[in-house]
Design a protein around this ligand. Structure first.
Ligand SMILES: [Zn+2]
Length: 364
């Protein structure tokens, strides 16, 4: 994996007429940012997360603990999605409010705000599925995979097994790129990176320390409190996040590129995103994060207008977009076929290099 480029060298991709045309198409939705309702959602999500964790301090039946842990994991994810929106400056009309809502909404997922901003807003959005710039679920080529050490090859098999997304996100994204990342992964150094890493550390210490202190005070099992009150929600959040970012840009019909000119010529900014359609109420339960095509075309559309923006985009750009109604059959088909990517022929292959998709790009 390549390191995140420093801000200075992360220039926007060459002007692409169609990109700006579609960006403009969704521009009216960016003017529909509200202030009161988004703040209420943000506060309400904190209340639900707080209540789920607090209930774990007093309940005894194991099934209630499991349920509260699942709720906590989902609400960590919901707050993260609000933070993601705010970090794009889309959540409310106020820049200052967005920055602080973003920072605070990221705390339960222990996501340092400024490091997320550079890796996501610039590298991922600027160069989606362009190897060397976008590092989210970047596939190895069969040749690269063959050269990897045995242990790394096994790890890749786990990551892409269909149930390994949590381990992938925690190790490859959070640990390597977001939480006190080394120079190998993020080349630039900024005071804000250290500040935000320290901020989430302080939050984590309060969270874990609070559970231990309560265990000591109440005589309840500290291990049980830490497992259900921290470890399970945090790990499940990683699973959810790893899963979401996998389905958003990995699909047998979705290409990866290693050449910038090829990426531009094939409108990589729009054609590498999958619009995964979820039925109500599941779409709203994760704050519409899977209405992802519209988000990639115009990052300024607030999450509560994404559904309408996606409908407008699909009506206009349908033949170039990838969409899927979510089913487990579709999901496992993608998992089975998308293991490695042949960048010369533009086909997905399995781990033995056998071709598993038809060519997704005709150029070269
Ligand atoms: Zn984004």
């Amino acid at each position: 994996m390549s390191p995140v480029e420093p801000l200075e060298s992360a220039a926007p991709p060459a002007a692409d007429k169609s990109r700006f045309r579609f960006q403009k198409l969704l521009q009216p939705f960016t003017r529909e940012r509200a202030i009161v309702v988004p703040i209420l959602w943000f506060l309400l999500d904190w209340v639900v997360l707080g209540a789920a964790i607090a209930s774990l301090l007093v309940v005894d039946p194991w099934w209630v603990k499991v349920f509260a842990s699942l709720v906590a994991a989902l609400w960590i994810a919901r707050l993260f999605v609000i933070g993601h929106d705010a970090c794009h400056g889309a959540y409310t009309p106020s820049k200052t409010l967005n920055v602080w809502i973003g920072r605070i909404a990221f705390l339960p997922s222990l996501t340092p705000y400024s490091l997320w901003e550079i890796g996501h807003n610039l590298a991922h959005h600027g160069f989606t599925n362009l190897k060397g710039r976008d590092y989210v679920w970047t596939p190895y080529s069969p040749e690269e995979f063959a050269r990897l050490p045995w242990t790394r090859r096994q790890l890749e098999r786990i990551y892409r097994s269909g149930v390994g997304q949590g381990v992938y996100y925690m190790v490859e994204m959070w640990w390597k790129k977001l939480y006190f990342p080394g120079r190998k992964h993020v080349t630039s150094r900024r005071a804000s990176y250290t500040f935000d890493s320290l901020l989430v550390t302080a939050f984590g210490v309060l969270w874990i320390g609070g559970l231990i202190a309560w265990g000591g005070h109440s005589g309840r099992s500290i291990v049980s409190l830490l497992v259900f009150g921290f470890a399970v929600p945090f790990f499940l959040w990683n699973c959810l996040m790893g899963f979401v970012i996998y389905v958003q840009h990995t699909h047998p019909r979705v290409a990866w590129y290693e050449r910038r000119d090829e990426w531009s010529a094939n409108a990589g900014y729009a054609t590498t995103t999958v619009h995964v359609k979820l039925r109500r109420p599941f779409d709203g339960l994760i704050h519409y994060i899977l209405e992802h095509g519209a988000h990639h075309v115009n990052m300024g559309v607030p999450l509560y207008r994404l559904k309408a923006a996606q409908a407008r985009l699909s009506a206009t750009l349908d033949e170039r977009l990838n969409s899927e109604v979510f089913t487990w059959r579709y999901y496992w088909n993608t998992v089975r076929r998308c293991k490695l990517y042949d960048f010369a022929q533009h086909v997905w292959t399995d781990f033995d290099g056998r071709i598993t998709s038809t060519p997704v790009v005709q150029t070269r």
